[in-house]
Design a protein around this ligand. Sequence first.
Ligand SMILES: NC(=O)c1ccc[n+]([C@@H]2O[C@H](COP(=O)([O-])OP(=O)(O)OC[C@H]3O[C@@H](n4cnc5c(N)ncnc54)[C@H](O)[C@@H]3O)[C@@H](O)[C@H]2O)c1
Length: 420
Amino acid sequence: MKEKLRIAFVGCGQFCRNFVPLFKAHPAVEFVAVCDKFPERAKNFKEWYGADMIFDSFDDVIASSEINAVAIFTQRDLHGVMAIAALKAGKHVYSAVPMALKTEEIQEIVRLVKETGLTYMMGETGIYRPASIFCRQKYATGEMGEMVYAEAQYNHDMKRLYDVFKYTEGDKWKMMAGLPPMLYPTHSTSMVLSAAKAHAIKVAAFGYEDKMDTDIFGEGMNYWDNPFSNTAMLLKLSNNAVIRISENRRVAWHFPETYITSFNCTKASYECSLVQHSYLTMNEKGLVDYEDVSDLLNPMELTPHKNDPDFLKKVVNGTWCNTEAPIQAITRLPKEFDGLGTGHAGTHKFMVDDFCQAYMSGKLSPTNAWQAARYNLPGLTAHKSAMEGGITLDVPDCGDTPEGMEVLSADRIVNEVDYR
Ligand SMILES: NC(=O)c1ccc[n+]([C@@H]2O[C@H](COP(=O)([O-])OP(=O)(O)OC[C@H]3O[C@@H](n4cnc5c(N)ncnc54)[C@H](O)[C@@H]3O)[C@@H](O)[C@H]2O)c1
C-alpha cells in the first residue's frame, strides 16, 4: 500500500479555502499543513479547517520531510516557479490554474515530471464542467462525425477581479487585474481541447485595448505592459478543426463564466445559449433532429426553478450555479465528501479526487503536465500574436504523454483505487 498524501497548501487566500476541507476529508490524505506569507492567514486556516501544521514559508514547506505533496494556491505569476521548486524537492504537485505564465517554465515542469515520475496536476475546472463532459463523450463515440469548428469563452468582468484582489497585498490587485487575458486561457481551452482530443498548432489573436482603467492597462501600468482586457484567438488544431477562444475581462456578463457556445461536427453539433443546451444531429433524410439536453447538463439545483418568474434573471446573476449536474459522475466520489461544499459548476470535488486517485494509482492525472501544457501554451502564444497585431504564430508543443504512462480518465464512473 502506497503511503498516504501529506500535503501542504501554499497561499491561504480566497480560492484555497474551498480545497483544504476537501483534501482533509479525502481518504488518501492523512496530513494537511498550511502556509501563507501573511502568518495571520495561515493561522486562520489552521483554526477554521483543523490543519495539522503551519509552515512559515514556502522554502520551509519544500524542505520539510513532514510532507510529500504541495498544493499551490498563490497568485498566478508564482505557480510556475513554485511548481518547479517543489518538483525539484521531490514533492508531488497540485497547482491552481494557470500552470505558469512563461513557456520555459511550462517546459521545465514537463521535463521534471518526466524525470521524477512525481504526480503533477493542474486543477482545471473546465474539463469537469458538464458541457465539456457532454461534448467529449459524444465526440468519442464517433456519432458526431469529424470535428470542424468550436467556440468557447471565459467571461469574468474586471469588477469581480477587483473585488477579489483589492484584499491582497497593496496595489497588487491592480497588477493582477492587468494580467493579459490570454495568460489565463485554460478554462476555455480545456473545455474544447479535451473534447476534441487534439491540440493547437497555429494561432492568431486580437486584443481589445482597454481605455477605461488607464491606471491598470497599457505600457508601464502592469507587470506585462499589457493593453488588453479582452483577447480572442483563432486556433488551427492538430485534427484540422478551427476553434475560437475568447478571454473577456471587460464584459457585462456574470454567468455562465466559462462555456462552450458551439461544438460543431459533420454529423452532429452541440449548441448552448445561457442554460439552453441543444444537441443537433443530421438524420438520414438530411434533416436535423433536435434533442434538448438542458436537464442533463444544468446544475441539479437549477432545473426545478425553470418556471420561476425571474428564472433567467437569476441565472444570469449566478444563482443555482454551484451544484453538480446529472452528467457528472458524483457516485464515484468518496463518501467522505458528502455534505461538503463544491463550486465552479460542481467541479471541485472531482479535481481533488483525481489528484488523489492519480497519486494512488500511479497513473497520470487527467490534467497532467503534458495536457496542461497544451491548455496553456496556445494562450501564451496568442498574447504574443495580439501584441504584434494578430500575426499567425506556431504554438509550441511539449508532445504527447510519454509511451507507457497511462492517463486517468476524468470520465470514469467508478474509482480505481481503494484508499483504505
Ligand atoms: N476556477 C479556477 O480554477 C480558479 C478560481 C479562482 C482562483 N484560481 C486561482 O487560484 C489562485 C489563488 O487565487 P485567490 O483568489 O485565492 O488569490 P488570493 O490573492 O486570495 O490568495 C493568494 C494567497 O497566496 C499568498 N501568497 C503569495 N505569495 C506567497 C508566498 N510566497 N508564500 C506563501 N503564500 C503566498 C497570499 O498572501 C494570498 O493569501 C490564483 O492563481 C488563481 O489563478 C482559480
